[in-house]
Design a protein around this ligand. Structure first.
Ligand code: 6PG
Length: 255
């Protein structure tokens, strides 16, 4: 089975340069194609690896006015809380480039996890209707131009954790959990059908704590190995690219 393109880098600096270069290229293609770049972010170390987007040449060459920003997952905390994925992206990136504020679609932090998930899905439905977000040819799912994911040492992506029932969700686009093994416990998350309908998906994993999960997510491990959420990232039509440093890639077959 095609597990996508693997990009293994010597160190975090090289990874980060290649990552932002690729994001800038996807933005350019998407803006040329449909005048918009609808991008979904995650939390974690990924965001600091994207910080070069705020520097030359990207701060000037990227068509920031065409970006529409979403979150593939969010912790259900106040937007000003240190745990907020919105705050993380805002402080590190969004405040430093000329994004249009009304294009930033963060979750409503005054609601319960369940209500916030429902409302976020509703917002995305409106934006699919007006084609700010594309639509999949094979389902009615949103087709984000890019979904960016980090991966935990347990192989979770977004807030889709191993063996969790939300991995089976087929109908909802955005769902919630109240039992995240990684704190904080309450989160909302894109479901697998949405992730797998994107035009492009990037998964970033760095450091030796991720090496076993990288192996299980990417290599031909056979049906007796645990099925990690990261392995279930299989865009039907879209392109999947993995960015690893050499520590995360150290247990890959043939490495
Ligand atoms: C979150 C994230 C989560 C993250 C991974 C990897 O809200 O916690 O969206 O999915 O991307 O846990 O995080 P690190 O790269 O920091 O290990």
């Amino acid at each position: 089975k095609d597990r996508g393109e693997l990009r293994v880098h010597e160190n975090l600096d090289e990874l980060s340069t290649d990552l932002v270069d690729y994001i800038a290229e996807l933005s350019e293609v998407s803006v040329k194609d449909r005048g918009i770049f609808a991008i979904a972010l995650s939390g974690g170390s990924l965001i600091s690896l994207m910080r070069k987007l705020c520097e030359a040449p990207y701060n000037k060459t990227v068509d920031w006015a065409k970006w529409y920003i979403f979150w593939a997952d969010e912790r259900v905390v106040a937007k000003s809380h240190a745990d907020s994925n919105y705050k993380l992206a805002k402080d590190h990136i969004l405040l430093k480039v000329p994004i249009v504020p009304s294009h930033v679609h963060s979750i409503n932090d005054s609601l319960s996890a369940e209500e916030a998930a429902d409302e976020y899905e509703f917002v995305i439905r409106q934006l699919v209707r007006t084609r700010v977000v594309g639509v999949s040819e094979i389902s009615d799912c949103p087709k984000f131009d890019l979904i960016l994911l980090g991966m935990g040492p347990d192989g979770h992506v977004a807030s889709l954790f191993p063996n969790h029932p939300v991995l089976d969700e087929k109908d909802e686009w955005v769902t919630f959990i109240t039992d995240s093994p990684k704190p904080p416990p309450e989160r909302i998350t894109f479901t697998l059908p949405v992730i797998n309908s994107a035009s492009n998906v990037i998964v970033v994993a760095t450091g030796s704590s991720k090496a076993e999960a990288v192996h299980l997510a990417v290599d031909d491990v056979g049906p007796d190995s645990p099925l990690l959420p990261a392995r279930m990232v299989q865009p039907a039509k879209g392109k999947l690219v993995w960015f690893f440093d050499k520590l995360a890639a150290s247990k890959l077959e043939g490495s």
